[in-house]
Design a protein around this ligand. Structure first.
Ligand code: SF4
Ligand code: MG
Length: 314
């Protein structure tokens, strides 16, 4: 609720704070149990920062985060540690997110030991063999090192690490963006199977609209730190209301040469999040911008049941 995350910009001889990167600005949404909420947007729009601030991997600047009715930033330390086992993350880059000096068993079992859920050795090995099997890897792989695996297999290990603690909620931060297209669908299908089997809830972050469309129930679109639209998947694709969403969707290639789709080309570049435009943050690139858009921030409101949008036109 009204989540904000600013990063200080240090400058000058004394490394004083001379400004802030407003990475997440007043973002509000809910995720329902068992669903996949997709978050799309171009790189640097605040998707990952939103995901990490939800998990308290980054501390918020302002706003509230509720998990199952409890505000997590207000929780005592021991409660937060307990909650950590329920909320996990799968990272984008399976190459850099796995420690090359550790075996699969150590990588996936580390948190089990830290949380006192299993003893090092046989107990951990059993749990990890089981969880990597769920992720499509044979149990004997637990003694191997990350460099012995392909990209797709490494991401399976990244997913197994997140699953080892038997979590409820997982932030998937571009989990297939670093993989070959031929491998992407295998990993997406694995995530969908695991969701069904284990009753998982996902926040699925991606810059790729076709990937998000495949896996999500509802989709949120972010631009320059703000959520500009949020709707059930089919509504969003059938009738995007925000001019930015319309432009994003118009850029998806369609495998039918007879279908004439008008591509909306946005002018200019994304402004710097250190100095975002006043009013509607999209006004410098919006084809429909009016005077009002330069000064008044459009409210994020429900235009149709379950379909939220922040635009003065709607
Ligand atoms: Fe465009 Fe104005 Fe709507 Fe922003 S509020 S998206 S600038 S029309
Ligand atoms: Mg990111």
């Amino acid at each position: 609720k009204n989540l904000k995350k600013y990063f200080p910009i240090k400058g000058g001889f004394l490394k004083k704070t001379i400004g802030h990167v407003k990475a997440v600005e007043d973002v509000s949404f809910t995720i329902k149990k068992g669903e996949t909420l997709g978050i799309v947007g171009e790189s640097g729009c605040g998707k990952s920062t939103t995901g990490r601030t939800l998990l308290r991997l980054l501390e918020k600047t302002d706003g509230e985060v509720y998990y199952d009715g409890r505000e997590i930033y207000g929780l005592p330390k021991d409660e937060m540690i307990k909650l950590r086992t329920k909320m996990q993350i799968v990272f984008q880059d399976p190459y850099s997110s796995l420690n090359p000096r550790k075996t699969v068993s150590q990588i996936c079992g580390e948190a089990l030991v830290e949380h006192g859920l299993a003893k090092k050795g046989k107990e951990v090995n059993e749990i990890v063999s089981d969880v990597i099997q769920k992720c499509g890897l044979a149990p004997y792989h637990i003694r191997r090192y990350p460099h012995e695996f392909s990209g797709g297999q490494r991401q399976r290990i990244g997913i197994a690490r997140a699953l080892a603690l038997n979590p409820e909620f997982i932030v998937c931060d571009e989990p297939v963006s670093a993989l070959d297209v031929s491998i992407q669908s295998q990993v997406i299908n694995l995530l969908m199977d695991l969701q069904e089997e284990m009753g998982l809830t996902y926040l699925f972050i991606s810059h790729d609209l076709s990937v998000v469309k495949h896996i999500s129930d509802r989709i949120g679109v972010m631009y320059l730190g703000s959520l500009v639209e949020l709707a059930p998947k089919d509504d969003l694709y059938a009738e995007p209301l925000h001019p930015y969403t319309q432009a994003l969707l118009s850029a998806i290639p369609i495998a039918d040469p007879t279908y004439k789709k008008k591509r909306i080309i946005l002018k200019g570049d994304i402004p710097s999040p250190a100095n975002p435009p006043l009013g509607c943050r999209f006004h410098t690139r919006c084809p429909y911008a009016m005077d009002k858009c330069k000064t008044e921030v459009p409210e994020f409101k429900e235009a149709k049941p379950g379909h939220f949008v922040a635009c003065h036109l709607v």
